[in-house]
Each structure stands twice: as C-alpha cells, then as structure tokens.
Design a binder for this molecule. Structure first.
Ligand SMILES: Nc1ncnc2c1ncn2[C@@H]1O[C@H](COP(=O)(O)OP(=O)(O)OP(=O)(O)O)[C@@H](O)[C@H]1O
Length: 255
C-alpha cells in the first residue's frame, strides 16, 4: 500500500465486541496541525475508534497509520508521538499537581519544570493542591497539561468538556486552540455540536459505527442549506449560553 500522506490514516477500521459491531468500516485521514473532531451521539463508536488509534485497544480489522508508522508493525513508535488524556481514575489521589507532573515526566524520561505546564493551563496557584481537590474544569485542564509533557505531535482528547459549565468549556476551548497554535495536531471526540463548530477544522459525523459525513463545519452547513434546508424559525444572533456568559463574566474562576 502507498505511503500515507496525512498524519493519521484510518482505513476500513472494524471493531467487534462479540456479535456487536461497534466500529463498522471507518476510513478517514487527519491532516497535520488541524483540530479534527469525531462527532456523534453516545455509543456511536468514537471512543473505541480513538482508543484503537492510541494503541490502547485491539482492532478487529482494518489499517491505521500514525505519523507514517503502521499500528500493526510499530505501536511503540506511535506511543512516542502521541499525548493521551487519562480518565481521572488514572491519577494518584494523594499526590499534588507538581508531584503528578514530575511522575509523568519520569515515565516519559523527561526533565521538565512543572510550573511551566501548570501555568500554561492556568493552574499555577494550585501547584501544591491534590488532584482530587480540584473542580471539574480544573481537573480537565490539568489532564490536558499532562498530555503535553511528552511533547507529542498528536493529542487525543476524549470528550474533554463533558460536565463543565459554560465558562469552563470556553476556557478549555481556548486552551485547546492554544495547544494547536504551538504546532500539535488534535483529535477530539464530542457530542456537542457547538463545540465541534467552534473548535474543529474538520469533523467526521459518526453514527452506529459509521462515518456518515466528513468536512469542515462550514461546508457541512453550506451543503445542508444548498439542499433547501431552512430552520423552522428565525435564527437569533445569540443564544441562552451567550446571555449567561455575558451576565456572569468570561474570566477564569473556580472552574
Ligand atoms: N468493552 C466493551 N464490550 C462490549 N461493548 C462495548 C465495549 N466498549 C464499548 N462497547 C459498546 O460499543 C459501542 C461504542 O462505544 P464507544 O464508547 O466507542 O461509543 P462513543 O461514541 O464513544 O460513545 P460515548 O459518547 O457514550 O462514549 C457502544 O454501544 C458500547 O456499549
């Protein structure tokens, strides 16, 4: 097969759990430097797809390349170039944030200044606080900091804003954009349409283990409108979330 042109290439990926097909022949490519979204409802197969690319889950069939390396032949090379967001259960509850960053750095065999990472995600004042004492938004920001320690070319974020309030979500969106601005490619799963529209350069809409559309959010909307679609009522220039943010402020707070 010819050499892949994109930083991630997925071809005809299938994952079965017994008789159930969770991922049903998915193919897509991710371009270097983009924020690529897997958008779909609960159970669509987004996490399964992500975990296979991350080398954390066995596939049933299909092919995956990351940074030119085949998942079947060079999973170790792939692990070196990716940053994976751990679920919160993966953190030692008794360690403070500085100690946790040092622990990760040790795993990756890197010397780092923990404060640089904490400041990047606006947690400099929490350096001596334990992970479990953080709020939901702070925990998500911290977990993004840990994905950066390995200086990865590609960062995978699985539903990074689920359960956060509007300020915390928007703060996290800005953080994700900042990380991309430093040169990383980002693959994100979400079931929030506004998140995909705001953050992603391109999205694959996943449903029942298949990709049913893939394009930039603008192009997908334009295609729909070109097909004669009209919203049933006039579109307002703001939504309730905008009202909430306007009233309660945009600044960092105890999120
Ligand atoms: N270990 C497993 N054994 C059996 N079925 C599984 C397993 N893991 C996931 N599934 C099933 O595979 C389907 C896809 O799950 P997956 O977690 O990939 O979906 P998702 O799109 O990420 O959804 P969510 O947003 O709910 O996380 C679901 O129906 C789920 O129940």
């Amino acid at each position: 097969m010819s050499a892949p042109q994109q930083i991630i290439e997925v071809k005809e990926l299938v994952k079965k759990y017994g008789d159930f097909t969770a991922v049903d022949g998915i193919s897509f490519g991710v371009r270097e430097g983009e924020i690529f979204g897997l958008l779909g409802p609960n159970g669509a197969g987004k996490s399964t797809t992500l975990e296979i690319i991350e080398t954390l889950r066995e596939k049933t069939s299909g092919e995956v390349w990351v940074g030119g390396f085949s998942l079947d032949e060079h999973p170790e090379q792939i692990k070196k170039m990716i940053g994976v967001q751990l679920q919160s259960s993966g953190y030692y509850p008794g360690l403070n944030l500085t100690e946790l960053i040092e622990l990760f750095a040790g795993l990756y065999n890197r010397k780092v200044k923990p404060m640089e990472y904490l400041e990047m995600v606006n947690l400099g004042d929490k350096a001596k606080v334990r992970y479990k004492a953080l709020s939901g938004g702070q925990q998500q920001r911290f977990s993004i900091a840990t994905t950066l320690i390995n200086q990865p070319r590609i960062i995978f974020l699985d539903e990074p804003t689920t359960g956060l309030d509007p300020q915390a979500r928007r703060n996290l969106w800005e953080l994700i954009r900042k990380v991309r601005g430093q040169g990383a490619t980002i693959v994100i799963t979400t079931h929030y349409m506004d998140e995909a529209e705001y953050l992603c350069d391109r999205v694959a809409i996943v449903d029942s283990g298949r990709i049913i559309a893939l394009n930039s959010p603008d192009a997908l909307i334009d295609e729909l409108v070109a097909g004669g679609f009209e919203r049933p009522r006039a579109v307002k220039k703001a939504n309730l979330e905008d009202v909430f943010i306007q009233l309660t402020g945009r600044e960092w707070r105890g999120d």
